[in-house]
Design a protein around this ligand. Structure first.
Ligand SMILES: O=C(O)[C@H](O)[C@@H](O)[C@H](O)[C@H](O)COP(=O)(O)O
Length: 247
């Protein structure tokens, strides 16, 4: 039985243009709400297909991103210039497509440290940047993807212990089922403390897991544990991914 506590909204985008417009509108709403509270807009990014979608949405929005700080909800434990690096994917894309966004706006992981230290160091960076070294920092918006196995960030069904983490906000991941094997990832306490969390999920291959996660709330899937305590959860799907939840 669904037991979601947070406010939950589903947006079905019938075309890619509509999907981009929906993401663009979400960015506008969240960034404008943040303006009333703080100097910077703190947003967490995921990798994969979101890189291209977010780039298109930012280009369409023409939003002023000069006070935005870009964090990574998870990051692969590779060099900054490695093709697997999510930071590298965004930086490469935005150098040409969104040149107004500066390197200094990225809060990236230091993957030159040992994996454990890299995770702890990134948690410290998040706390310093979000100015909350005593309790759990609060992101304005986290943009999440979801794999066909219902993973999100680098929280995988094969590693259920990662969902039980209650104190660390960023943890190391080894033997990731999705290559590369080593990563760092936000944990549920940090994810569920965000003001807004939005999943962007596309493709008919994910339609079954979208229903099982967002309608059935089947807790075998890590994405089903995302339930922002005092926040808004939004699911943005295209027609393929949403085909089993929207009649
Ligand atoms: O670094 C990563 O691999 C991502 O953060 C990961 O969690 C991604 O969001 C999902 O795997 C969905 O990826 P797609 O949207 O490309 O299917």
């Amino acid at each position: 039985m669904p037991d979601r506590k947070c406010s939950f909204k589903i947006s079905l985008a019938e075309s890619e243009d509509k999907l981009i417009e929906t993401v663009s509108n979400l960015l506008r709403r969240c960034s404008e709400q943040a303006k009333d509270r703080k100097a910077t807009f703190s947003i967490g990014l995921s990798g994969g297909s979101l890189v291209q979608l977010l780039t298109k949405a930012l280009r369409k929005s023409t939003l002023d991103t000069s006070n935005w700080e870009f964090f990574f909800c998870d990051e692969r434990y590779v060099a900054d210039d490695h093709s697997d690096s999510t930071f590298c994917a965004y930086r490469t894309e935005w150098l040409s497509q969104l040149p107004s966004i500066l390197d200094s706006q990225f809060v990236k992981a230091d993957t030159t440290k040992l994996l454990e230290e890299c995770a702890a160091d990134y948690e410290a960076r998040v706390k310093v940047k979000l100015g909350n070294s005593h309790s759990v920092p609060q992101f304005d918006l986290l943009l999440l993807g979801m794999g066909p196995d219902g993973h999100t960030c680098s929280l995988f069904p094969e590693q259920p212990a990662t969902l039980e983490e209650t104190s660390r906000l960023v943890i190391p991941i080894r033997n990731s089922p999705k290559p590369p094997p080593e990563r760092i990832t936000f944990t549920l306490p940090l994810i569920n403390n965000a003001r807004d969390v939005a999943f962007v999920v596309t493709g008919a291959s994910k339609s079954d897991v979208v229903k099982r996660v967002f309608v059935d709330q089947d807790k075998q899937f890590p994405a089903a544990w995302v339930d922002p305590t005092n926040g808004q959860l939004t699911l943005i799907v295209d027609a393929g991914a949403g085909s089993q939840i929207i009649s």
